[in-house]
Write a protein that binds this ligand. Structure first.
Ligand SMILES: Cc1cc2nc3c(=O)[nH]c(=O)nc-3n(C[C@H](O)[C@H](O)[C@H](O)COP(=O)(O)O)c2cc1C
Length: 169
């Protein structure tokens, strides 16, 4: 799959088969995330990789919209390090760029994934901080539920020329 096809055909996948994800694919997902752009190239991210089914299912109670964790075989929690990027607005943007890179590579590798909201929901942040005993400077930002896809989702065209403003508004 070429890059443009991966970007355009990526969809949020919430149904998975029970098949485990091989380590080499997990490494490629994390590598893709770490090649994301970041302000001043601080790369202020950490990734908590959870591949134990029981641990993933237990986390379901922390997330508000995460039924798909019953089937997920892998969960990655993208965290920002406020010692590496002190501006929270940049920290959010950097971690979001890493999350999207990961999602595109997940699709390109024949897997399925979906972005799970964490930041700025304080209950979810605090729930994860407590569960993983995170240091003060580590802020969970987003999570990615992953598995081999058990659904195919096509979407209508999203190319919208009314959102494009040529040289002036
Ligand atoms: C910041 C953000 C938070 C999201 N949180 C959730 C979530 O908690 N649960 C979920 O099922 N999907 C979540 N999504 C996925 C969106 O629902 C999905 O991207 C959107 O419906 C568009 O569909 P697509 O990803 O298939 O293009 C989130 C997406 C983003 C960007």
């Amino acid at each position: 799959m070429d890059t443009l096809e991966a970007i355009i055909t990526r969809r949020s996948i919430r149904q998975y088969t029970p098949q485990n994800i091989p380590d080499d694919k997990i490494e490629l997902i994390l590598k893709s995330a770490m090649y994301a752009p970041s302000a001043m190239n601080y790369q202020p991210w950490h990734f908590i990789v959870i591949d134990r089914k029981d641990a993933i299912e237990e986390l379901q109670s922390i997330f508000p919209h995460a039924d798909m964790l019953k089937q997920a075989t892998l969960l990655i929690i993208v965290c920002g390090d406020s010692k590496l990027e002190m501006n929270i607005d940049y920290l959010v943007q950097d971690c979001s760029a890493a999350t999207e890179n990961a999602l595109i590579s997940i699709h390109a590798l024949g897997l399925g994934g979906v972005w799970l909201s964490i930041y700025p929901n304080k209950d979810v942040i605090n729930g994860l901080k407590k569960t993983f005993e995170l240091p003060e400077n580590i802020i969970p930002m987003s999570a990615i539920s992953i598995g081999f896809p058990a659904e195919v989702i096509n979407t209508e065209s999203r190319y919208n020329i009314t959102r494009i403003h040529s040289n002036k508004w």
